[in-house]
Design a protein around this ligand. Structure first.
Ligand code: SAM
Length: 138
């Protein structure tokens, strides 16, 4: 869902780093923010082992304290309870050319440009130009 796109990528809640590392291998400059320091240290080790440490960076951070305005590609696999608040935050912060990928749990108000997979493997892609132009919350 991010094929043919460029610009920096962020995985919000990057877990063991798999998305950021896969994105770096695809040529993105990719960043992960993760609350759990053990997972960040492990992610850094994995990135080094896979040779992408220069383009896959990880930070121990609370996602609610990070501003995402510099990212044009955003990936999130969170929990359902956070999606409404995160939707508002991203709507305020992202530039018009951004694309947001939500894994397993969709955003409550935005209309996806693309949906793929099924069941727990469903993924939604949202383009900022549609939710910033009034296609989002009433
Ligand atoms: C479902 S996992 C997704 C991991 C990874 N993005 C993936 O797709 O494999 C969600 C991750 O978000 C992290 N997380 C939860 N709340 C967070 C917060 N407030 N700030 C940063 N990370 C958070 C959790 O520690 C967990 O590693």
């Amino acid at each position: 869902m991010l094929q043919c796109r460029s610009g920096p990528l962020v995985d919000i809640g990057s877990g063991d780093g798999r998305i950021v590392i896969a994105a770096a291998k695809e040529g993105f400059t990719a960043v992960g923010y993760e609350l759990n320091p053990w997972l960040v240290w492990y992610s850094r080790y994995r990135a080094w082992r896979e040779g992408v440490q220069a383009s896959a960076r990880f930070y121990i951070s609370d996602l609610w304290k990070v501003t995402f305005s510099q990212y044009s590609n955003v990936v999130i696999f969170g929990v359902p309870q956070m999606m409404a608040q995160l939707e508002e935050k991203l709507e305020l912060e992202l530039q018009g050319d951004a694309r947001v990928i939500a894994c397993r749990f969709p955003f409550p108000h935005w209309t996806p440009a693309q949906v793929t997979g099924e069941g727990i493997d469903t993924v939604w892609a949202y383009d900022a130009r549609s939710f910033r132009a009034g296609g989002g919350r009433p």
